[in-house]
Design a protein around this ligand. Structure first.
Ligand code: ZN
Length: 248
C-alpha cells in the first residue's frame, strides 16, 4: 500500500470529467523508457517520447524501463488500486509499473502520465532522499508545468480558494490518499492537498531554484538546505506568506 502513488481527479477536474473515452486498440508502444500496453488509438509513440523526454530532462534522469498499462474498465482499475473513487492513475515504484485508468484521455494524458513518471524517477534516482511532503508537489511541478504544450489544459493552482482554507502544516502533505478523510474544516481535502503541495513546489522553485535544491538536497538534506541557502527556516510560515502573496 505504501508504495502506491496515485493521482486524483481533483485539480485535473476540468480535464478529466470529459466524456470522450478511448477505444481499445490493443496497441503496444515501446520506447527506451517505457513499454506501454493497451494504448488507446489517440496515443502516439512520439507523444510518449515527448512527455518522457521532458520529465527526464527536468529531473535529470534516464528512466530504467518500466511497464505502463492502460486499463479500459473502471471496475477493474479500481480493484487494482483500492484507493477509492477519483483515482486517475497510479504508480507502484517498487514494481516499476504505472497503471492508467479509463479517465486518462487525450486532454489530460501529458499531465497525468508526466506526474506518474515523476514518481518513478524519484524512486529510481532519489530513492528515499526526497521527503514525503515534497514528493507530490514535485511531481505536479515537474509534470504539469514542464510538459504542457500550448494546447494542453494544464492544472493550475487556485490561490484564491487555497487562501480561504484552514492552513494545514506541510508535514501533512504526504500522498493524498492518506488524508482523504481528514480535515472537516477543509471543503475538499484532496483538492487542498493537490493545490497546497503544488503551491509549495512553486514557492521552492521561485525562492530556492528547484534544480539546485534537488541536486544539493541529495548531499545535505532538504530541510538543512532550505534554512542555509534559501532563508526558509520555517517552511509553514513561508508557505502561508506565499499563498497570501499569490492570491489575487
Ligand atoms: Zn502522485
Amino acid at each position: 500500500m505504501n508504495s502506491i502513488f496515485s493521482i486524483f481527479i481533483t485539480g485535473l477536474a476540468a480535464m478529466c470529467f470529459a466524456s470522450d473515452s478511448w477505444a481499445l486498440s490493443s496497441t503496444s508502444i515501446e520506447t527506451n523508457a517505457v513499454k506501454l500496453t493497451n494504448a488507446p488509438s489517440w496515443l502516439t509513440e512520439n507523444r510518449v517520447e515527448r512527455v518522457t523526454a521532458k520529465l527526464q530532462d527536468t529531473l535529470e534522469w534516464d528512466i530504467r524501463k518500466i511497464s505502463v498499462t492502460f486499463v479500459a474498465s473502471q471496475t477493474e482499475f479500481d480493484a487494482h488500486h483500492k484507493l477509492g473513487p477519483g483515482v486517475l492513475a497510479f504508480t507502484r515504484k517498487r514494481e516499476k509499473t504505472i497503471e492508467l485508468g479509463p479517465r486518462v484521455i487525450n486532454d489530460n494524458f501529458d499531465a497525468v502520465f508526466g506526474h506518474e513518471l515523476a514518481h518513478i524517477i524519484i524512486g529510481q534516482k532519489y530513492t528515499t532522499d526526497i521527503p514525503e511532503w515534497l514528493e507530490e508537489g514535485l511531481c505536479n511541478w515537474a509534470a504539469a508545468w514542464r510538459t504542457g504544450s500550448a494546447k494542453s489544459k494544464n492544472p493550475t493552482i487556485d490561490y484564491s480558494w487555497l487562501s480561504k482554507q484552514t492552513y494545514r502544516p506541510v508535514a501533512g502533505l504526504v500522498h493524498p490518499f492518506r488524508t482523504l478523510s481528514a480535515g472537516n474544516e477543509i471543503s475538499d481535502p484532496v483538492k487542498y492537498h493537490y493545490m497546497a503541495s503544488t503551491a509549495l513546489a512553486e514557492m521552492l522553485d521561485k525562492q530556492c531554484g528547484m534544480h539546485q535544491l534537488l541536486q544539493l538536497a541529495l548531499k545535505k538534506g532538504v530541510t538543512k538546505y532550505l534554512s542555509q541557502f534559501c532563508e526558509i527556516s520555517d517552511i509553514d510560515q513561508s508557505l502561508k506568506k506565499w499563498i497570501a502573496k499569490k492570491k489575487p
